[in-house]
Every structure is written in C-alpha cells, then in structure tokens.
Design a binder for this molecule. Structure first.
Ligand code: HEM
Ligand SMILES: *[C@@H]1O[C@H](CO)[C@@H](O)[C@H](O)[C@H]1NC(C)=O
Ligand SMILES: *[C@@H]1O[C@H](CO)[C@@H](O)[C@H](O)[C@H]1NC(C)=O
Ligand SMILES: *[C@@H]1O[C@H](CO)[C@@H](O)[C@H](O)[C@H]1NC(C)=O
Ligand SMILES: *[C@@H]1O[C@H](CO)[C@@H](O)[C@H](O)[C@H]1NC(C)=O
Ligand SMILES: *[C@@H]1O[C@H](CO)[C@@H](O)[C@H](O)[C@H]1NC(C)=O
Length: 334
C-alpha cells in the first residue's frame, strides 16, 4: 500500500515495463515526508545525471550554478516546491515581475530532464530536479554538500499572481522580508543564511540603481553603500541599460564562500536587501546584524547552516503521495 504512491505508478504504462523500478522511499512520502533515498531503487543514477549536466553548464558559464539555485527558491515560495515555475504559458510564473528577464537556467533544467527521461522514464519530478540542480549549483561553486530530500511531485498549475506577491523585492525592508519568510515557515536565521546565496550570481542595474541616485550627485548615494563600490556601479549603470549585471559578491563572484557577509560589514552589499541585514534599523536589525557578524567570522558555520536552511526551504509544501503528477516535460502538464 505504501508503495502505491511511488514514482513507479505515476505512469502505469511505463511502470508496467519497469517492474524492477520500485521506489522504496515511497512509504515515508505517503506520510507526506520527503526522504533522502526516494530514488535509490527506481532511479539510482539521478544524482549523477543531474550533477553531470550542472557541471557541463557551469563549465560553459560559472554563473549557471547561481541561476539554478535561484530557480529552486522562486519555485518553493510559490505554491510550494512543486515545479510550477517551469510551466510555460501566458499565466506562467516566468512572466511574473520577479522572474521576467531575470530568472534563468530553464534550458539546463530541460536538458537534465531529457537525460532523466531516457534513464528512468516518468520517474523523477521536475520539482526534485530543481532541488538537485540547486544542490549541485551550490556544491560545484565550492559550497556545502548537504543531503537533499526527495519525493516531491509536480503541480498542475502555475501561479503568476502568487509569484508577484510571494517573492521578495530588494527594495523591501528586512522586516517585510522576515515576515514573508515566516509565512513560508522560515525564521530570521533562515533569512540571513539563505541571503548568503548572494555569495554567487549577478544582479541587473535595474535592481540596485535606486541606490546610486541620478549619477551626478555623489552625495545622494545610499549612505550605507561604500563610496568606491558606488562609483564603479555608477559607471556600469550610467548608460541607463538596466540589464547590465554586477556580481552580487564582487570579491568572489562565483565562489560559494562567506565573503558576502564580510562585504556587509564593509557596506559592500549590492542590493538594499543585502546591506539592510547589517545596516537596517527595524525590529529584527539586532538579530540579523549579529548573525551577519557570526557568519562573516565563521565560514564553516555559514556553510553548515546554509545546507540546513536549504533543506528547510525545500520542504515548503511539497506535493507527495498521489497529489500532482510526474511531468514528462517540465514546461507543460502531462
Ligand atoms: C531575502 C530576500 C531576497 C531578495 C530581495 C532577493 C533578490 C534578488 C535579486 C533582485 C536578484 C537579481 C535579479 C536580477 O538581476 O534580475 C537576485 C539574484 C539571486 N538570488 Fe536572490 N533574493 C533574495 C533571497 C534569495 C534566496 C533565499 C536565494 C536562494 C536560496 C537567492 C538566490 C539568488 C541567486 C543565486 C541570485 C543570482 C542569480 C543569477 O545570477 O542568475 N536569493 N536576488
Ligand atoms: C497563488 O498564490 C497565492 C499566494 O500564495 C495563493 O493565495 C493562491 O491560492 C494561489 N493560487 C493558486 C491557483 O494556486
Ligand atoms: C530558526 O530555526 C532553526 C531550526 O530550523 C533554529 O536552529 C534557529 O535557532 C532558529 N532561529 C531563530 C532566530 O529562531
Ligand atoms: C541630480 O542630482 C543633483 C544633485 O542633487 C540635482 O541638482 C540634479 O537636478 C539631479 N538631476 C536629475 C535629472 O534629477
Ligand atoms: C532588458 O532586456 C529585455 C529582454 O531582452 C528587454 O525587453 C528590456 O527592454 C531590457 N531592459 C532594459 C532596461 O534595457
Ligand atoms: C538593539 O540593540 C541596541 C544596542 O545594543 C539596544 O539599545 C536596542 O534596544 C536593541 N533593539 C532591539 C529591538 O532589541
């Protein structure tokens, strides 16, 4: 009975051809819990397949690790970690403001899924592909090797308005961001630790040029932005091309380290929501400031806590059991 809701029975036809493909992790998933061994018996190669594709993509462009990490975050905050961000269409989450011309890596997800459909057809969900791609994006950038929990199923709908309302903007106060994370079951520590994801990746001028004033008056630059960083960002963004990108962690743009937190001590956070963790003044400021100091001083603690908070984020309202489906193509429901 426990195995009834396994990935094996997702596609009855395929399952009939794959009698050996039992997902033993299914018993726990039937209780609504993800497990670290879900695919051990029905697709033992899953992690190797994802890792190889992420490795190849990052060899072509190191930034892709960051882009894949962000996709998982933006998936989980909208209807839970259900692969909904990957669905195409006019009501897609891809077209919501926080994702439009911003979220990237969809083609890499397609390539991973195509490999998985060859190796274990109808078995691995797109939501789990995102969780694993994020893990390897982090690991191959030099970050922690945490155990990803698996067994998510894919949602049947995209939620564009949800993507517009649930994803934090960099202009939001830390208090607002803390509340948004709280709504997802994540606490202040998770906010600070997961913001450390900005140790890798890029952001477009459009997302931080409000901190640079009108490019003619150095005195009206955000007082919590280091003057020399402000000056170089002004040069970058001056032409008015909001699509120019700057490293979120200028010191080590593609390395998953704690340099992001050291930047904040020196007013070198790129986004207002980054610097606000250290320079903010709302009710949570003392707590976030203390955490920033701790992570800036202790890289091991950051890496360890990051893995723990990623598992927590990956547990936001997963679809399990017989809810949802295993999409064959991540861009459309079956
Ligand atoms: C705390 C609230 C957060 C805010 C306000 C925020 C905002 C942003 C913004 C504005 C960008 C740049 C987008 C663009 O240039 O189009 C960005 C990039 C990024 N974010 Fe966040 N973010 C937050 C939390 C997170 C979390 C929790 C994660 C993952 C755990 C994450 C991972 C990333 C990554 C890796 C990038 C770089 C992506 C790339 O280079 O393609 N962010 N974020
Ligand atoms: C979309 O997301 C919002 C905000 O989380 C939620 O209230 C709403 O029920 C969701 N809609 C659908 C169709 O899932
Ligand atoms: C947040 O949750 C973690 C466990 O998930 C816990 O260890 C930590 O102390 C909590 N932080 C706050 C500020 O409550
Ligand atoms: C830019 O800022 C300076 C100094 O505050 C001001 O004199 C000038 O009018 C501003 N220009 C625009 C286009 O807003
Ligand atoms: C950024 O690029 C997108 C897609 O190419 C384009 O539609 C948009 O107009 C550009 N934005 C700016 C500010 O240049
Ligand atoms: C934050 O810390 C300062 C100085 O240590 C203290 O005066 C203030 O009451 C604290 N604020 C909160 C909200 O705990």
């Amino acid at each position: 009975m426990g195995r009834n809701s396994s990935c094996r029975e997702t596609n009855a036809l395929v399952a009939a051809l794959l009698v050996a493909a039992l997902c033993l992790g299914a018993a726990a998933v039937a209780r609504g819990q993800l497990t670290d061994d879900f695919y051990d018996d029905c697709c033992p190669q899953v992690e190797d397949i994802v890792k190889a594709r992420v490795f190849a993509a990052m060899k072509a462009e190191a930034r892709m690790g960051a882009s894949l990490l962000r996709l998982h975050f933006h998936d989980c905050f909208v209807n839970g970690c259900d692969g909904s961000i990957l669905l195409d269409g006019s009501n897609s989450e891809k077209l919501a403001a926080p994702n439009l011309n911003s979220a990237r890596g969809y083609e890499v997800v397609d390539a991973i899924k195509a490999d998985l459909e060859k190796a274990c057809p109808g078995v691995v969900s797109c939501a789990d592909v995102l969780a694993l791609a994020a893990k390897y994006g982090v690991l191959l950038s030099g970050g922690p090797d945490y155990d990803v929990l698996l067994g998510r199923r894919d949602g049947l709908v995209a939620n564009q308005s949800g993507a517009n309302s649930n994803l934090p903007a960099p202009s939001f106060s830390i208090g607002t961001i803390v509340q948004m994370f709280k709504d997802m079951g994540l606490n202040t520590t998770d906010v600070v630790v997961l913001s450390g994801a900005h140790t890798i990746g890029r952001a477009r001028c459009a997302l931080f040029s409000n901190r640079l004033s009108n490019f003619s008056a150095a005195s009206s630059v955000d007082p919590t932005l280091d003057a020399s960083l402000a000056s170089s960002l002004q040069s970058l963004c001056r032409g008015g091309d909001g699509n120019q990108t700057a490293a979120l962690d200028a010191g080590s743009a593609d390395a998953f380290d704690n340099h992001y937190f050291q930047n904040l001590l020196n007013q070198k956070g790129l986004l207002s929501s980054d610097q606000g963790l250290f320079s903010g003044a709302d009710a949570d400021a003392n707590a976030t400031k203390a955490l920033v100091r701790a992570y800036s001083a202790d890289p091991e603690r950051f890496l360890c806590d990051f893995g723990r908070s990623m598992v927590k984020m990956g547990n936001i309202r997963p679809l399990t059991g017989s809810v949802g489906q295993i999409r064959r193509n991540c861009r459309a429901v079956n």
